[in-house]
Design a protein around this ligand. Structure first.
Ligand code: NDP
Length: 282
């Protein structure tokens, strides 16, 4: 058996098209375009590429981008000032503080200064708390992207056993909360989990968000399971996921590739969150 490939590029393009359509309606009504502000601190090349990609995606759907660049030696006070200014700016609907920050800065505390209604990354303590409580709020983009892929693949999550490998605040934990809201039975695994292979084998839907290349081998996949690989690992100049793709595809019913699976969904969901945060008016 060879699994059906879940094409994240295709789904992400569809989401972006929907957002672009909504922006056209907003502009036709004479209102201002939604605005997304990014803050980048220092000159980490990977972060620069991520932020550039986010701005390009913004432009393509008709958003206004506001780019804020600070030097690697910027103080917490300087960054706080930028966040406060953007919080107060009516043309800015979403604020994104690109992580990681240089070592002398406390990312958690600075992220927490973003106004909850503009927290389009869904990573502030307020947003995390609202999600944990099952109350409306901004949701993190990568977990949202995973759920969107499953939805568009027609996976009815109610009652399914989803095993998530990885418990980060960025992916594993918020994804578990989103899946509980959808009535899945959720197991979260981590580096202390005993007999990880046996737990993975019980999964109707297996999600890997670990950061270890090809950790999940093919014989950990229950025949007919859906496999979602969040991992992005640079190996020998190429990108691989946390799942041994070829072997897993022999047993899964459908599977996301790396690259081209979950990756493109993260920016698409950022655009959708920004549209959702849009306050309107001119
Ligand atoms: P973190 O490093 O924050 O978390 C990794 C998790 O994996 C931890 O919970 C850790 O357990 C667990 N883990 C590590 N090794 C093992 C192991 N051998 N067995 C079982 N569990 C293990 O990573 P992130 O959640 O931020 O990212 C995970 C992956 O997803 C990375 O490859 C990252 O690049 C990718 N990613 C992709 C995104 C996308 O857009 N597609 C967005 C975000 C991340 P413990 O808690 O016990 O340490």
């Amino acid at each position: 058996m060879s699994a059906r490939v879940i094409d994240g590029k295709l789904v992400a393009a569809a989401v972006r098209g929907e957002v672009a359509g909504a922006v056209e309606v907003i502009l036709a009504a004479g209102q201002r375009a939604p605005g997304l502000a990014t803050i980048i601190v220092g000159d980490d090349p990977a972060s620069a590429v991520y932020v550039a990609n986010k701005h390009k995606a913004c432009e393509e759907v008709g958003f206004v981008g506001f780019h804020n660049e600070l030097s690697a030696s910027a103080s917490a006070e300087e960054i706080s000032e930028v966040i406060a200014r953007l919080n107060a700016d009516a043309a800015v609907d979403g604020i994104l503080l690109q992580l990681p920050l240089p070592g002398h800065l406390d990312a958690g505390s600075l992220t927490g200064e973003i106004a909850p209604e503009k927290d389009v990354d869904g990573l502030t303590p307020t947003s995390a708390g609202l999600l944990a409580l099952g109350r409306p709020g901004m949701r993190p983009c990568t977990p949202l992207g995973v759920v969107e892929l499953l939805d568009r693949e027609g996976v009815d999550l109610g009652g399914l056993h989803v095993v998530i490998v990885g418990r980060s605040a960025l992916v594993g934990k918020p994804l578990a909360s989103l899946l509980l809201e959808r009535n899945a039975t959720v197991t979260i695994c981590h580096s202390h989990t005993r007999d990880l292979a046996a737990v993975c084998l019980e999964a109707d839907v297996l999600v890997a968000a670990v950061g270890v290349p090809k950790l999940i081998s093919g014989d950990w996949v229950k025949p007919g399971a859906t496999v979602i690989d969040v991992g992005i690992n640079r190996v020998d100049g190429g990108l691989v996921g946390d799942v041994d793709y070829e072997a897993a595809a022999e047993r899964a019913c459908c599977i996301t590739p790396v690259p081209g699976g979950v990756g493109p969904m993260t920016i698409a969901m950022l655009l959708r969150n920004t549209l959702g945060a849009y306050g309107g008016a001119s």
